[in-house]
Ligand binder design. Structure first.
Ligand code: FAD
Ligand code: FMN
Length: 477
């Protein structure tokens, strides 16, 4: 309809302009055209041109809107939101809808403004922060108004009530969409630590949108029964809590299937023989399937009362070698190694060595040796979590640069962030050469310290651009 009205409008304006030009020509046969007549004709032609351009734009905009399709945007730190976006897309496709699934780092204001329906699946990380992939969208698009009156949307906010700012980013996104005129299709759905009730609620909304009755339930995949095959203390004599190398064998070799950067979810037990289903705990995988076993590096935690932590207590204390361990692997695409041979800068502390070790193994297996690892612990003599292996790789030239930073050995640089600042030129050179930066380990102290050091050395804009383009990735907890 709009297009037809546009054509008619253009036609009418064109006819009036032509008739006036004719009259002017007639008049000029008797007397020369006055300046007023010429200005009127010129004005009309300009008005017509303006009108035509305006209609053209409206038409183009109308054509790019996809009334049948749904835009699905995920903002994930450790992969769960991405996984749920894929499930949401499957459900909509099953209902015959076209979908456009995007990481928020690939979402432009223009793409959002032309969408008619969008579903956002957004987690919160840090202390109420947005996932790294959302850095650019939040810092740029969400700072300016955007005409979203034509958009209907839904938000699935992932979070955990143990944190002060529950679902902070999902809530912020929802508020921003509303402020800009977008209409919620239904109330925001908030998920506390993957709770199945909320997920079913979201699935219900999605099925309604798709016109389906809901496919299989979205509850998290069942655990497989792995076997604890090896447990070695990695830091005997340490002042810190004991840290163990834990190796697990799958029930079937087909389960040896993950990528460096992925996460193991463990179903803990309070003691051997306990059959209660406790909330899962997450651990970065420290090995590759080619190693034949899934390795973890687990710090044994204790509460104030001295009781062992739920997950770490099960893996490092209660369970004994030979016991079955409930485990499932979660893909964490945001922490996978680069597909090409670009350099990498790997930064971490403590049990963060787990994720970095898997990344290094993947790089070594594909023959990529431009690896710079900056790793921090307390004492060189005792806190050597896999450090002998790292030094061997360094001696073989498979790690280009290895910086070990010991916080309690009296050196001038105590933490990995101090070493980064002291190596500013090298850091800039690596990033200029296209390096991706990976950070794994503690959220308290290390991750914010490293972030601040990167910003000092590279500047805010560069760090934000690295995060937005997936060249600054973090698995911190
Ligand atoms: C993506 C990701 C990757 C991870 N990777 C690793 C890894 O590679 N290695 C690793 O060791 N950990 C890793 N973690 C951390 C791990 O998931 C667990 O959080 C950790 O093992 C502690 O869990 P827990 O069940 O043993 O302790 P919990 O029982 O959850 O207790 C944790 C701590 O909280 C305190 N606490 C608990 N309950 C109370 C209470 N009632 N009152 C006061 N204090 C209390 C105690 O100090 C206790 O030590 C990772 C986490 C994430 C999110
Ligand atoms: C290090 C860390 C920090 C977190 N911070 C918060 C937080 O501040 N608020 C919140 O609601 N949830 C927080 N969470 C919980 C996550 O949002 C929740 O686990 C979510 O399911 C993760 O989804 P993702 O894998 O897509 O990133 C945090 C989780 C981790 C591991």
């Amino acid at each position: 309809m709009r297009a037809i009205a546009g054509q008619l409008g253009i036609g009418v304006v064109l006819l009036i302009a032509l008739a006036l030009c004719w009259r002017l020509q007639d008049a000029s046969a008797v007397s020369p055209p006055s300046g007023t007549h010429l200005a009127t004709a010129g004005g009309l032609v300009l008005a017509w041109l303006g009108f035509a351009v305006w209609m053209g734009r409206r038409g183009a905009r109308h054509v790019t809107r996809d009334p049948g399709g749904v835009l699905i945007v995920h903002a994930s730190q450790t992969g769960f939101a991405t996984e749920l976006a894929a499930k949401t897309a499957d459900e909509l496709r099953a209902g015959g809808l076209a979908v456009d699934v995007r990481n928020i780092d690939a979402l432009t204001p223009a793409r959002l403004a032309e969408a008619t329906r969008a579903l956002f699946i957004a987690s919160t990380t840090g202390e109420g922060d947005a996932p790294d992939a959302a850095t650019r969208f939040r810092g740029e698009a969400m700072r300016s108004p955007l005409p979203l009156a034509g958009l209907s949307y839904g938000v699935l906010a992932l979070g955990d009530r143990d944190y002060d700012d529950f679902c902070a980013f999902g809530r912020e996104l929802d508020g921003w969409l509303r402020t800009n005129g977008a209409m919620p299709l239904f109330d925001r759905v908030e998920v506390d630590n993957g709770d199945e009730g909320s997920l079913r609620h979201w699935q219900h909304h999605v099925a309604h949108l798709a016109g389906t009755t809901g496919l299989a339930d979205w509850s998290r995949p069942a655990y497989q029964r792995w076997r604890l095959v090896e447990r070695t203390l990695l830091n005997p004599g340490s002042e810190g809590a004991p840290c163990y190398h834990v190796a697990l064998a799958p029930p079937d070799a087909a389960h040896l299937d993950w990528q460096a950067g992925d996460i193991a979810e463990i179903g803990p037990r309070r003691h051997r023989g306990d059959s209660t289903v406790w909330p899962h705990r997450e651990y970065s995988i420290a090995s590759l399937p080619a190693d034949g076993a899934l390795h973890l590096v687990v710090r044994q935690m204790r509460g104030k009362d001295g009781a062992l932590g739920l997950g770490s207590g099960w893996l490092t204390g209660h369970a004994v070698p030979g016991d079955a361990i409930d485990l499932r692997v979660r893909t964490n695409a945001g922490f996978h190694p680069p597909a090409d041979d670009r350099p990498v800068v790997l930064i971490g502390n403590g049990t963060g060595i787990a994720g970095l070790r898997a990344l290094l193994k993947a790089r070594l297996a594909s023959g990529h040796h431009r690896n710079w690892l900056v790793f921090g612990e307390r004492h060189a003599a005792v806190d050597r979590l896999h450090v002998d292996e790292l030094e061997r790789w360094r001696a073989q030239g498979r790690i280009e640069r290895l910086d070990l930073v010991w916080s309690r050995d009296g050196g001038s640089e105590r933490y990995v962030q101090d070493r980064l600042r002291a190596s500013a030129d090298a850091l800039r050179r690596y990033v200029d050469e296209g390096a991706s930066v990976y950070v794994c380990g503690s959220l308290d102290g290390m991750a914010p310290g490293v972030d601040a050091a990167l910003r000092t050395v590279l500047g805010d804009d560069r760090v934000n651009a690295l995060a937005a383009s997936g060249r600054y990735r973090r698995d911190v907890y």
